[in-house]
Design a binder for this molecule. Structure first.
Ligand SMILES: NC(=O)c1ccc[n+]([C@@H]2O[C@H](COP(=O)([O-])OP(=O)(O)OC[C@H]3O[C@@H](n4cnc5c(N)ncnc54)[C@H](O)[C@@H]3O)[C@@H](O)[C@H]2O)c1
Length: 343
């Protein structure tokens, strides 16, 4: 049994990663501040699911709920540490009391459009917070690091697969720029202090517990309830949508890779290698729900890239990553989960 720290473990991807690590018999420490980017109750549900608890929750208010959550989950092989990655003292206190084998760093402010509204906050959390974590790793001798980057670093890429060897120096949103900064700072700490790093560029991840601001989650909710769906652009924009189980498999394989190797710094795409247009996405959700969408067209949004598609050859070669879930199957699974939760 090893002890892994997951930052952002109350979030969408992080909660699935925690669950998977626990299933594999490891101990998990989840550092998360339950940021106000979206409703803390969704994150409480994520943590319960991530810790493998299915008990109901008697909601009171944020403070009481989070305290109770801590006592509920901390009885298991799971430690919830409600702390902010911007706080170096909290990180020091934690790593003084815990021997950690590796860190999966997922905590961030995600989302392109809000980063345009609030770029300084994004810089503070995503860049300064990540540096705090790297500094804490240096001070406490933690040498294995998997970090979330994003396909958004590719900027406005043509409708063709993006490869890790391409120059990525034209981010079109503050969010993308912060992720690029994390990639670079990761290299600096690798170079100076021998931290082994896998920097994973996720391509739009979806599935149970997906962030509420992301299109698939929004569209499923709105089409299911018969509300109007706003469609930005002409529907021809496209994304490499990755089902959460495939992303988690990639993260766990990347973790094993950095654990088994010394002196590694790798940037790796985690997508599917395919792409789905906005039109096809809506049609697939309509078919899955058995309902038609009421669409409202709006102009494209600034900061959003037009196309994403991953070249996944490097992930396959380095650690045997092989995504398995087709878009139609993933949407079916997601809808089944959604309807189960909403009943
Ligand atoms: N979901 C995607 O499609 C996608 C795509 C590319 C990259 N990413 C990256 O993957 C990571 C996880 O994304 P997600 O979709 O699960 O997002 P999420 O918002 O659901 O999870 C992020 C978690 O980080 C926590 N957090 C935020 N600020 C913090 C702080 N200062 N201190 C401690 N915790 C903090 C939040 O409370 C949240 O629980 C992020 O780094 C994101 O940028 C996600």
């Amino acid at each position: 049994m090893k002890t892994y720290c997951v930052t952002g473990g109350a979030g969408f991807i992080g909660s699935h990663v925690c669950r998977r690590l626990l299933e594999e018999g490891h101990r998990v420490i989840n550092i998360d501040n339950f940021s106000e980017f979206y409703d803390y109750r969704l994150k409480v549900a994520n943590v319960l699911r991530g810790a493998g608890l299915s008990a109901g929750f008697d909601w009171k208010d944020r403070e009481q709920d989070l305290r109770r959550l801590e006592t509920m989950v901390n009885e298991r092989q799971y430690r919830l540490c409600i702390a902010d990655i911007r706080d170096p003292h909290a990180l020091d206190a934690l790593f003084q009391s815990e021997q950690v084998d590796g860190i999966i760093h997922l905590a961030a402010l995600a989302g392109v459009r809000p980063s345009i509204e609030n770029p300084l906050l994004y810089e503070e959390v995503n860049v300064r917070g990540t540096m705090n974590l790297l500094e804490a790793m240096r001070r406490h001798g933690i040498r294995k690091w998997v970090c979330a980057s994003s396909s958004s670093v590719y900027g406005n890429h043509p409708d063709s697969p993006c490869s890790e060897s391409e120059a990525v120096d034209k981010p079109i949103s503050p969010y993308a720029a912060t992720k690029k900064a994390c990639e670079e700072m990761g290299f600096t700490y690798h170079h100076l202090y021998g931290i082994d790093v896998a920097m994973l560029r996720f391509f739009t991840v979806y599935g149970p517990g997906q962030r509420p601001d992301l299109a698939i989650n929004k569209f499923i909710r709105l089409i299911e309830s018969g509300d109007e769906v706003t469609l930005y652009g002409d529907g021809s924009t496209s994304r490499d949508y990755t089902y959460i189980d495939d992303t988690v498999n990639g993260i766990i394989r990347a973790l094993a890779y950095v654990e088994q190797h010394e002196q590694v710094y790798e940037i790796v795409n985690l997508g599917t290698g395919g792409t789905v247009s906005l039109h096809t996405m809506v049609k697939t959700i309509e078919e899955g729900l058995g309902k038609r969408a009421r669409l409202k067209a709006m102009p494209e949004q600034v900061g959003d890239v037009n196309h994403t598609m991953a070249n996944i050859a490097k992930a396959a070669e380095l650690f045997g990553y092989a995504p398995k879930i087709s878009f139609a199957d993933g949407i079916r699974k997601y809808i089944n989960w959604y309807r189960g939760v909403m009943q």
